[in-house]
Design a protein around this ligand. Structure first.
Ligand code: ADP
Ligand code: MG
Length: 472
């Protein structure tokens, strides 16, 4: 049945004289006709005139008048304030009967789940509905490194109607609960197992399509959690670093555990995780070597460079955080800061050992650590099983020193590098780099000769030690 819609205007005499009775009469007719008559009963959304800027106040005034006239206007439903209120309306169920399963996570992990959620949205573009607080879902940029980022839902609830994967409608929310980043799955009543499955599926989507996989990441501590961020990594190759051949063989063996020998290990029931500790005095090239390995493994593996702060306090969280990244190379530099004899008894020390042990039982995590002072390390760290291999990175021998000098002096310099190197017994790669640099600074790149470089090398001027003297 349809009703003719009456004229929607309210005419008052323009001489300003209108009796209250007339006004009431006019309003009554207009309001009842315009707002409540002609609407199917039960419809809670009357067609309101447009009151412009004064919308809210005008509506309240009109509603008050209508109530006085005995024709109360059904209350306009307000916008939902929360995702559960929104969902309860969408699904027409009591808010308290909604099922939700929520997971607290680090900000990075939450944002990454936002990335996975975005993937789902793209797959169901046409039939998802999105809710955000104040009516607007919030988005944030997920940094992918190399200057690129993607936009992902940051505070939003996405409703997926019943579709093939789930026969029931479900919703996923990324939000903050009391400040903690969370991801929540909602279902209509009775869907507890489904809600759990939805969260697990979302995590699987993240793991399958992880935007950080194969990259080089830095693990930093940030507001009480580990934050992974892609970093720019300078390519370093084996030719850039001069090390004994046995050392390269150990490095190859270490890497093969998750590359060439991985399947064989697995087939025989072995874990593929492995730990290699490089020990050697400062300047022998340990850091440089880790960067070469990082360059070689990035791609098939995700490389995680761990900062000192994470090393001290967040190791458990770190290994949690990298689950789902696939095979990883975790680089722990200068572990003496947490694992020296003096730190025994510290919680960070215990946690560090626990975290190392934890990786043993998992697969596909290569842990590459360095220490400047293997003597200072607590024996617990060196116990078999924590690191599979501990190798000493020695200062270069004569041949090594010769090669390193050649690396750092201008090509084709008329310098007998072998002779210069023979005066530098015990010097590290970093020392040799400084001898070369100092020579170039003193004599210019074209002014180098065997005598001049030998003079720099034997004078000790390249050493950073302060000039000694009786100036007290
Ligand atoms: N074996 C080496 N071959 C080539 N360069 C070296 C070597 N050892 C050190 N260097 C030079 O010295 C710099 C500092 O070395 P680094 O790797 O930081 O030493 P470590 O981490 O053992 O203290 C390197 O970036 C590199 O330029
Ligand atoms: Mg170093």
């Amino acid at each position: 049945m349809s009703h003719p819609r009456p004229e929607r205007s309210l005419t008052l005499p323009d001489d300003g004289t209108v009796s209250p009775a007339d006004l009431a009469e006019t309003l009554s007719t207009t309001l009842s006709a315009d707002l409540t008559d002609g609407l199917p009963s039960g419809l809670h959304d009357p067609v309101w005139p447009d009151f412009g800027d004064n919308d809210e106040a005008a509506r309240r005034a009109v509603a008050a008048v209508a109530a006085m006239l005995g024709r109360p206007i059904p209350e306009r439903p307000r916008d939902p304030r929360s995702s559960s209120e929104w969902l309860s309306r969408q699904w027409d169920v009591e808010e308290s009967a909604l099922v939700n399963v929520s997971r607290d996570m680090s900000r990075t992990l939450q944002r990454l789940h936002g990335y996975a959620l975005q993937r789902w949205v793209e797959r169901h573009q046409d039939d998802v509905a999105v809710f955000g607080p104040g009516g607007a879902p919030q988005r944030a940029a997920l940094d992918l490194g190399n200057g690129t980022s993607v936009s992902v839902p940051a505070v939003a609830t996405v409703l997926f109607p019943a579709r093939s994967a789930y026969k029931t409608p479900v919703a996923v929310e990324v939000a903050y609960r009391y400040g903690t980043p969370t991801v929540t799955a909602f279902t209509p009543p009775g869907g507890l197992a489904l809600a759990e499955r939805v969260l697990a599926d979302l995590t699987r989507t993240l793991e399958d399509e992880h935007p950080y996989r194969g990259g080089v990441l830095s693990a930093r501590a940030s507001t009480g959690a580990v934050e992974l961020t892609p970093v720019k990594h300078t390519v370093q190759v084996r030719d850039d670093v001069v090390l004994p051949a046995e050392l390269w063989r150990e490095v190859d063996l270490f890497c093969s555990s998750v590359t060439t020998r991985r399947d064989a290990l697995r087939a025989l029931g072995h874990t593929t995780s492995r730990g290699l500790l490089l020990a050697g005095k400062p300047g022998v090239g340990k850091t440089k070597l880790t960067r070469v390995i990082a360059t070689e493994l990035a791609g098939p593996l995700t490389v995680v460079l761990v900062t000192a702060e994470v090393l001290r306090t967040w190791m458990t969280e770190l290994y949690e955080e990298i689950r789902g990244l696939g095979p990883c190379l975790v680089v722990l530099e200068e572990i003496d800061s947490v694992a020296s004899k003096g730190s025994r008894g510290d919680t960070s020390f215990a946690e560090f050992l626990d975290a190392l042990d934890g990786t043993r039982s998992s697969d596909d995590v290569l842990t590459l650590a360095t220490t400047n002072d293997p003597e200072a390390l607590d024996p617990a760290v060196k116990r078999p099983g924590r690191f599979d291999t501990i190798i000493e990175v020695p200062p270069p021998d004569l041949a090594g020193r010769t090669e390193i000098l050649r690396l750092f002096l201008p090509p084709r310099s008329p310098v007998d590098v072998g002779l210069v190197a023979s005066y530098l017994d015990g010097a590290t790669g970093a020392d040799l780099r400084e001898v070369a640099r100092r020579s170039i600074l003193e004599h210019g790149p074209d002014g180098l000769s065997t005598a001049r470089v030998t003079d720099v090398a034997t004078s000790g001027r390249w050493k950073p030690a302060p000039v000694a003297g009786n100036y007290l």
